[in-house]
Design a protein around this ligand. Structure first.
Ligand SMILES: [Zn+2]
Length: 321
């Protein structure tokens, strides 16, 4: 009931979030925004714990804010329902106008607030593929009116695969680095060269098992490639900031990638033996990692985060991906 009420009361921009898995059961009123300084003029904004069932450790997706006289550059926009709290946190950092916003990927916990920031004057950047993914009509349940979706939530400046888009502002060089289909089909990493920080989005996560959104163009192969690319791009001291979970460095990617490769090999073997998806799930192939993966056995989709991961690996390998 509370969710239904929130959807009625919330701004038009929030409807897509309410309809998606990212919006279910979230206590928006309870979310606080926590700010962490990570560079001379670079800050991370995270939602507090215990208010978002899909992200128990920190509500929504992490935001980065680069502040300075050229205006504020932001990575990701959180849920639409908490834009006022995000703006209040930004105002504690800087009074400059919010001029630029880029999305790491399309999910509502990263893009829900897009339209709100665009209406404050931000120019929105994103992958061409992300724009296409976000433009697709939302499935409407019988009897419900089609949701009105605000076009302001869509990127104005788009780019495909190829060289990074570079922005020079506030003493920084910011690279928007396109990632081949990984967590989604339109992922971007955002690198702050001088601060030596890369916002890597959600193709890596250390809370729950890997989530690859194959319905929105994500691929297992692309996620593995993205991990390799990140390790090459990062120096020994580069801080890699995922959309959720703790900050890591390039060495932390190694066991994560090895875990994916090991699960992939086991599932591949079972496919060769003619096993069905249900048989593969029942074999609990993630068992050796379950104690190490925080949140790995929490509900996610139709089962646990481990089940969702194994199902994805199975369907990608079955489909020859
Ligand atoms: Zn995501």
């Amino acid at each position: 009931m509370r969710l239904a009420k929130q959807c009625t009361l919330a701004a038009v921009a929030a409807i897509a979030v309410c309809l998606s898995a990212w919006g279910q059961g979230i206590d928006y009123a309870k979310i606080e925004i926590l700010t962490e300084k990570i560079g001379p003029n670079l800050y991370l904004l995270s939602g507090s714990a215990g208010a978002d069932p899909g992200h128990q450790d920190a509500a929504g997706g992490r935001i980065a804010v680069l502040a300075g006289p050229d205006g504020i550059f932001m990575v990701d926009a959180q849920y639409a329902q908490i834009t006022d709290k995000v703006v209040a946190a930004i105002r504690k950092i800087s009074a400059e106008p919010i001029r630029y916003l880029v999305n790491t990927h399309l999910h509502g916990d990263h893009t829900g607030g897009n339209a709100n920031f665009v209406k404050m004057g931000a120019l929105l950047f994103g992958r061409e593929e992300l724009r296409e993914e976000m433009s697709r009509p939302v499935a409407v349940a019988a009897g419900n009116a089609a949701p009105v979706r605000d076009p302001a939530r869509l990127p104005v400046v788009t780019y495909g695969m190829g060289d990074p888009v570079k922005l020079r502002l506030n003493g920084e060089i910011v690279d928007l680095i396109p990632v081949r289909a990984a967590h989604t089909g339109g992922d971007t990493m955002i690198r702050f060269e001088n601060a030596d920080v890369i916002m890597i989005g959600d193709f890596y996560r250390n809370y729950g098992y890997p989530f690859i959104d194959t319905n929105n163009g994500g691929t297992l192969k692309g996620a593995l490639e993205a991990l390799d690319e990140t390790m090459k791009l990062a120096g020994p001291d580069t801080r890699l900031v995922p959309g959720h979970g703790t900050i890591i460095n390039r060495n932390d990617i190694v066991p994560y990638r090895d875990m994916i490769l090991s699960v992939q090999a086991k599932v591949q073997q079972m496919i060769r033996e003619g096993k069905s998806e249900e048989e593969v799930l029942a074999a609990k192939v993630t068992a050796p990692y379950d104690a190490k993966v925080a949140g790995g056995l929490l509900p996610a989709g139709a089962g646990t985060s481990a089940d969702r991961f194994v199902r994805m690996v199975y369907s990608q390998l079955k489909g020859g991906q």
